[in-house]
Design a protein. Structure first.
Length: 121
């Protein structure tokens, strides 16, 4: 089965690190990704830019709306993800615990699944 590890970090956390601390955190994450890839468990991995560069698009009440970041109400942002393949739920949770980012933020484990479950219709 496929799972996604979402790296959910406090907004502004990156700016509190020195360059050396930022490089070390990134290096830890790269080593983690390389280990997953070597085991054949990694389908994709990416870091995301700060929400200051983000744009939210919606069609509330039938009208298109665009909101440029940063988003004042946001306390957390998705900083990146690991897309895992061929793992069980338990293994995905174990990998989330092993992820270096769990030391400084939250790692959310989500199964890839259809957005509509016919069995609940």
């Amino acid at each position: 089965m496929s799972y996604m590890l979402l790296i959910i970090e406090p907004v502004g956390q990156r700016a509190t690190r020195t360059q050396a601390e930022g490089r070390e955190a990134y290096a830890q994450m790269q080593r983690f990704a390389e280990g997953l890839a070597a085991q054949g468990k990694l389908k994709a991995v990416e870091s995301l830019s700060s929400q200051a560069d983000a744009v939210r698009v919606s069609h509330a009440h039938g009208r298109p709306q665009t909101l440029d970041g940063p988003f004042a109400e946001a306390k957390e942002m998705i900083g990146g993800f690991f897309l895992l393949q061929n793992v069980s739920r338990e293994e995905a949770i174990d990998l989330a615990h092993a992820c270096p980012a769990a030391q400084w933020c939250t790692v959310e484990v989500r199964a890839l699944a259809p957005c509509f479950d016919e069995s609940h219709a």
